[in-house]
Design a protein around this ligand. Sequence first.
Ligand SMILES: NC(=O)c1ccc[n+]([C@@H]2O[C@H](COP(=O)([O-])OP(=O)(O)OC[C@H]3O[C@@H](n4cnc5c(N)ncnc54)[C@H](OP(=O)(O)O)[C@@H]3O)[C@@H](O)[C@H]2O)c1
Length: 173
Amino acid sequence: MTGATGGVGSIAIAILAQMGYQNLTALVRKQNQVEIARRLGAGATLDANTLKNGKPMQHQTFDYVLDTVGGDVAASLLSMVKVSGAMSMCGNAGGNQLKTSVLPFILRGISLLGIDSITPPVEVQDAIWQKLATDWNVSEQLVVDEISLADTLSVVQKLKEGQHIGRTIVKVQ
Ligand SMILES: NC(=O)c1ccc[n+]([C@@H]2O[C@H](COP(=O)([O-])OP(=O)(O)OC[C@H]3O[C@@H](n4cnc5c(N)ncnc54)[C@H](OP(=O)(O)O)[C@@H]3O)[C@@H](O)[C@H]2O)c1
């Protein structure tokens, strides 16, 4: 799971852990994210700074990669997916480009899946919301804080500096 302590990543990893997946690895890039990722349900963490860029094939490490970061991070992890494994992509927090090669696809038979939360039919979205309210309810485990509109700029600044963790709700009143 990349971006594991971000908004999407933290929810995804907590849901997977709640579903019973045990061998979850969280990609983090700061020391203070390790403990958060473990609390969410990751059994292991991998430092994003140790990823190797530009290698078309690397040691087969992951059955499935859930990526929210894109860019070099996604390209590197794509080359670490095991034979017949898959990677899904939903975000571009680390860049829009995906510099890769055909090799992981034609030599390992892996699949690359796009995730778009906007266009699924309303029945599908409804079913997912129902799940999120019941079996996948992980709201107690998430890092969430609430701020006033006046505090927005300072939180946005933290976001830009990569110092922000989890979700912030802006109370408009
Ligand atoms: N496809 C869809 O339907 C859909 C729906 C929702 C969101 N998204 C997209 O999904 C992405 C994640 O959203 P979010 O709300 O979770 O964002 P977020 O809360 O800002 O989290 C982004 C995460 O990515 C990490 N990150 C950013 N750049 C990185 C890099 N170069 N290397 C390693 N880690 C990096 C951040 O780590 P730091 O904390 O260290 O910066 C953070 O953990 C965004 O691009 C968003 O637009 C897509």
